[in-house]
Design a protein around this ligand. Structure first.
Ligand SMILES: C[S@@+](CC[C@H](N)C(=O)[O-])C[C@H]1O[C@@H](n2cnc3c(N)ncnc32)[C@H](O)[C@@H]1O
Length: 316
C-alpha cells in the first residue's frame, strides 16, 4: 500500500491524549491485516462472482467491433482481479489485441503483478502491458503533459477511490478518457454495508481528512446524481466474520480491528470511550448479524458503471 498518499493521515480524536496512527503507516501490519480480512471475508469471491456473471455483458458492449482495445486499471494492486477481467474481455473479443495501462503506486504490488504476468506469458500474448508506477493524479498529470489523445474502451478502479483526495475529480478525468461505447467501472464498499454505518457514526474519529478514506458507493451515487450524470449500479452481497474481535487480547481479532478501523493498534491506542463505542457499533444489527455464535459484519460492495459522457449539443 502506498504510504505517501497516507503518510500524513494522522488524526486526533477530541477524547484522546495521543494521536491515532493510520494502519497504512505500517505496511507490514497493513498487509497482514488485509490478508486476514481476505481470509475472513467473501470479498474476492463476491467480486469473482460479479466478474463471471455480470461483467461479461458489460465487456461485450465495449469497443464497437474494434480489433484493438485500450484498457486502464487504476489501483490494480497485485493484479489478481485485473487478470480475471482481461480473461473475460478475451472471451468477449477473441480476436482483439489489448493495450493495458496499469496505474499502481506501490512498487511491491506492481512487482507481484509483473511476476503473475510473466508466469502467464503465453496466455496473455494478446496484451501489451504498460507499467505506470504512480498515483491516479500523477497519471492524470502525465497524460495531460504528454497531450495523449488515446481513448480507452474499459477503465476500472476497484477498491481504490479511498486513496484519492477528490474522488469526483478522479472520476471526471477517467470518464473523459472513454471512447465511444467505453465503460468506467468503480467498485467500493456499499453505503448500506457495515462500513457505511460505522463511518456514519465514527467518520470524524476514524477517517483521514487528507484523502477520502471513508467514501462509499452511496456517496459516489449522490455525487453523480447531483451532477446529473447517469450510471448503472449493482450491490454485491459479502460478509466478514469478525467474531474474534470480541475476544479481548486475541491477536487475530486485534489485526481485524485494525483493518476495520484503519487505525494502527486500535485496541491499545484508542480511548476507552472510542473503543467501547466502536465495538458496540460493530456488533449492532445495523452493521452485523449474529448466527451460530459468529458475528458476521456486512461487507457488501457496490458497483457503479459509467458510460462516456455524451457531449451536449447546444443549438441557437
Ligand atoms: C485495496 S487495494 C485494491 C487492489 C485491487 N484493485 C483489488 O481490488 O484487489 C488499493 C490499491 O490502490 C493503490 N493506491 C493507493 N493510492 C492510490 C492512488 N492515489 N492512485 C492509484 N492507486 C492507489 C494501492 O497501492 C493498492 O494497490
Amino acid at each position: 500500500m502506498r504510504s505517501d498518499a497516507l503518510g500524513s493521515a494522522r488524526h486526533i480524536t477530541g477524547a484522546m491524549a495521543s494521536p491515532l496512527r493510520s494502519l497504512i503507516e505500517d505496511d507490514s501490519r497493513y498487509q497482514k491485516s488485509f490478508q486476514l480480512f481476505l481470509e475472513r471475508s467473501s470479498e474476492h469471491q463476491c467480486m469473482q462472482e460479479f466478474i463471471r456473471s455480470r461483467l461479461p455483458d458489460i465487456l461485450a458492449s465495449v469497443g464497437g467491433g474494434k480489433s484493438h482495445l485500450n484498457v486502464i486499471g487504476v489501483g490494480s494492486g497485485a493484479g489478481d482481479i485485473d487478470l480475471q477481467i482481461l480473461s473475460e474481455l478475451r472471451m468477449k473479443h477473441p480476436g482483439a489485441t489489448v493495450d493495458n495501462e496499469v496505474v499502481e503506486p506501490s512498487g511491491q504490488q506492481l512487482l507481484h503483478y509483473r511476476v503473475s504476468v510473466s508466469q502467464k506469458q503465453k496466455e496473455l500474448d494478446y496484451v501489451k502491458f504498460t507499467w505506470n508506477k504512480m498515483t491516479a493524479s500523477e497519471f492524470e498529470e502525465n497524460w495531460k503533459v504528454k497531450r495523449t489523445t488515446k481513448r480507452a474502451d474499459f477503465i476500472h478502479m476497484i477498491q481504490m477511490l479511498y486513496y484519492v483526495k477528490d474522488p469526483g475529480a478522479t472520476i471526471d478525468f477517467f470518464q473523459s478518457l472513454l471512447d465511444e461505447n467505453g465503460k468506467l467501472l468503480i467498485i467500493l464498499v456499499s453505503g448500506e454495508s457495515g462500513w457505511g454505518k460505522l463511518w456514519q457514526t465514527y467518520k470524524d474519529q476514524l477517517c483521514s481528512k487528507e484523502i477520502s478514506q471513508c467514501v462509499t458507493t452511496g456517496d459516489i451515487k449522490s455525487l453523480l446524481d447531483s451532477k446529473g450524470v447517469s450510471y448503472r449500479s449493482h450491490e454485491l452481497p459479502s460478509q466478514m466474520d469478525i467474531t474474534e474481535c470480541f475476544t479481548e487480547g486475541d491477536e487475530k481479532g486485534e489485526l481485524l480491528l485494525d483493518f476495520l478501523t484503519e487505525v494502527l493498534d486500535f485496541s491499545k491506542t484508542a480511548s476507552p470511550e472510542l473503543k467501547a463505542g466502536v465495538m458496540e457499533c460493530l456488533r449492532h444489527p445495523r452493521c452485523s448479524v449474529e448466527a451460530n455464535g459468529r458475528v458476521m459484519f456486512n461487507n457488501n460492495l457496490g458497483v457503479i458503471v459509467l458510460d462516456k459522457l455524451s457531449s451536449k449539443l447546444f443549438i441557437g
